[in-house]
Design a protein around this ligand. Structure first.
Ligand code: S3P
Ligand code: PEP
Length: 414
């Protein structure tokens, strides 16, 4: 039963860094994710004057409830949307002039609902080029608090940024949400805010966050459930193969672990225990229709194994995957067609119709998107001759992916 050691969760590491920076003491993060996104987040904190001590297995952050330690900073958020969306909210609670920029890929991604909400709360925030995109400058003088309306139909990260800011405001926040995707990510935010001593409650569509700041703690980061999806999928497409991911079990915070329920519906054998999750390939892989609004980071994983199903695989309600690292619906469709698979897409869905001919190996176009590469690496377990134009883009969340996947492949196909 191969156990796979999956690196820490990107989403939990990013939130833990924010919470640690805002807390009233020294926080230790145990097993944080070390990848381009999270190292970019930590470097952003350092730019803002926070002390972040890093050893391979633990990161220590000196919290500053009063906000950034420097009056001016230039922060480069790289490709990370958590960095690009959460750090301007942290900076807003301080006092100074903070400029944020990001990679060309991240500059293209939207954040207008968040920057509008911050402005509605009185934050002086200016976009340098396009409205609602990086680069932007926050001239911060603390946030009073109050009520704000937010459309989080394109990204839940807008809501997470405001929720994290809530306890740092003078009077607290009431956030009325008109639309919301990726709900389980908001649940991670709420759970972690409570772990760091904040109060927060939900009254229907309104999130209520009283003032009061955060308390430093020691926080252990669980393995990344979205990363685990490639390893679970590898087991599901390999008859008789079994993959166990320790540390991701019934108590896991991350909604993306529900990807194993999709694999179970398709015919894989799945056991979710207290200490970990095991997927076993049975040789069956049924077609299905599935709504992935809550777990859309795993849409490419499913799309990439869909050619091996015994019927059509239709993935619905994933419009916001078009504004991720790339337009993921189109990226999946184009690559699948190049493999010789019939695919249809609409504004918010993709349908993959496996044919009688086996998919043919090809070079996968990565579109600079780590998830496209990691997903089609799973296809490569069954289709010889798959390669990537930009294999290195996995550095965003899992720099060691290719080595780890090659090792698993060796064990599964032995
Ligand atoms: O809050 C987070 O950590 C994340 C939320 C999700 O984004 P959206 O809310 O934009 O779907 C997810 O896709 C992303 O990888 C991480
Ligand atoms: C969408 C993703 O990342 P980001 O945090 O940049 O939105 C992702 O990791 O799939």
């Amino acid at each position: 039963m191969p156990a796979v050691d999956i690196p820490g969760s990107k989403s939990i590491t990013a939130r833990a860094l924010f919470l640690a920076a805002a807390a009233d003491g020294v926080t230790t993060l145990v097993r944080p994710l070390r990848s381009d996104d999270t190292e970019g987040f930590a470097e952003g904190l350092v730019r803002l004057g926070y002390r972040v001590g890093r050893t391979p297995d633990t990161w220590q952050v000196d919290g500053r409830p009063e906000g950034p330690a420097v009056p001016e900073a230039d922060v480069y958020c790289r490709d990370g949307a958590t960095t690009a969306r959460f750090l301007p909210a942290l900076a807003a609670a301080g006092h100074g002039t903070y400029r944020f920029d990001a990679s060309p890929q991240m500059r293209r991604r939207p954040l207008l609902p968040l920057t509008r909400a911050l402005r509605d709360l009185g934050v002086d925030l200016r976009h340098e080029e396009a409205e609602g995109h990086h680069p932007l400058t926050v001239t911060a003088s603390g946030v009073e608090g109050g009520e704000v309306t937010l459309d989080a139909g394109q990204s839940s990260q807008y809501l997470t940024a405001l929720l994290l800011l809530g306890p740092l405001t003078r009077t607290g926040l009431r956030i009325a949400v008109t639309d919301l995707v990726s709900v389980p990510y908001v649940e991670i935010t709420l759970a972690m805010m409570r772990e760091f001593g904040a109060e927060v409650r939900r009254e229907g569509n309104v999130f209520v966050v009283p003032p009061g700041g955060y308390r430093a703690t020691t926080y252990r980061i669980e393995p990344d459930a979205s990363t685990a999806s490639y390893f679970f999928a590898a087991a599901a497409v390999t008859p008789g193969a079994e993959v166990t991911v320790p540390g991701l079990g019934t108590g896991a915070l991350q909604g993306d672990l529900a990807f194993v329920d999709v694999l179970r519906r398709m015919g894989a054998q799945v056991t979710v225990g207290a200490d970990g999750t095991t997927v076993r390939g049975t040789g069956e892989l049924h077609g299905l229709t599935v709504n992935m609004r809550d777990i859309s980071d795993t849409m490419p994983t499913l799309a990439a194994i869909a050619p091996f199903a015994d019927g059509p695989v239709r993935i619905e309600d994933v419009a916001n995957t078009r504004v991720k690292e790339c337009d993921r619906l189109e990226a999946c469709a184009r690559n699948l067609r190049r493999l010789g698979v019939t695919v249809e897409t609409g504004p918010d869905h993709i349908e993959i119709r496996p044919g009688s001919a086996a998919p043919a190996g090809t070079e996968i176009t990565s579109y600079g998107d780590h998830r496209i590469v990691m997903s089609f690496a799973v296809t490569g377990l069954r289709v010889p001759g798959i390669s990537f134009d930009d294999p290195g883009c996995v550095r965003k969340t899992f720099p060691g992916f290719h080595e780890a996947f090659a090792e698993l492949r060796g064990r599964l196909l032995r």
